[in-house]
Design a protein around this ligand. Structure first.
Ligand SMILES: [Cu+2]
Length: 185
């Protein structure tokens, strides 16, 4: 009887040992994978860190004001046809909605060159649930929707590459009259 219990114990401890070995092997595999993941992350994040260094302290600030005027679909317009900013500058935009009545809701969306119509049409399709601003690479920066009489302030970094970019209001049927050029110098 005692011998039998001993045998059982031996078998049990063997099983335990085997389990332990398995666990050790698995842990090693996991930590190797983790190390690889950490290495990957560090390599990937090293590039943007260098970029940040170039524009935080020396970034120029451009303060600009844009107004949305008019109180009907036939009148609506942006107060400026062209906004001019320096490449890579920090743009601080004050956007004033001078509309009075409720349908005069506006936003200002900055886009890559000649993409304002495409962005506005996609925004229109997206509708109110998406705030009329599509998630597209052509969108550089976008304000929230601004109600009649409201003023908002927003900030974004101007594109690195000089050129004639655009800005547009993506509220349905506004882009035809409400668009302009963001001249990046
Ligand atoms: Cu508008």
């Amino acid at each position: 009887m005692i011998r039998r219990i001993y045998k059982l114990c031996l078998a049990g401890s063997c099983l335990l040992l085997w389990n332990c070995n398995q666990a050790t092997v698995d842990e090693a595999a996991v930590s190797e994978a983790e190390e690889a993941a950490i290495e990957d992350t560090s390599t990937a994040s090293s590039a943007p860190v260098v970029e940040e260094k170039t524009d935080t302290t020396l970034q120029e600030i451009e303060e600009i004001t844009l107004r949305a005027t008019g109180n009907t679909l036939e009148e609506i317009a942006f107060s400026e046809d062209t906004l001019e900013v320096k490449a890579m500058s920090l743009v601080k935009l004050t956007f004033i909605n001078e509309g009075v009545d409720m349908p005069m809701v506006h936003n200002v969306v900055f886009t890559t060159p000649d993409k304002y119509k495409q962005v506005a049409v996609a925004g229109e399709k997206l509708g109110a649930s998406g705030n009329y601003v599509p998630e597209m690479p052509a969108v550089i920066a976008a304000s929230p929707m601004v109600l009649p009489g409201q003023t908002i302030e927003m900030e974004f970094t101007a594109p690195t590459k000089p050129g004639a970019y655009n800005f547009v209001c993506t509220y349905p049927d506004h882009w035809q009259r409400m668009h302009g050029i963001l001249l990046v110098k």
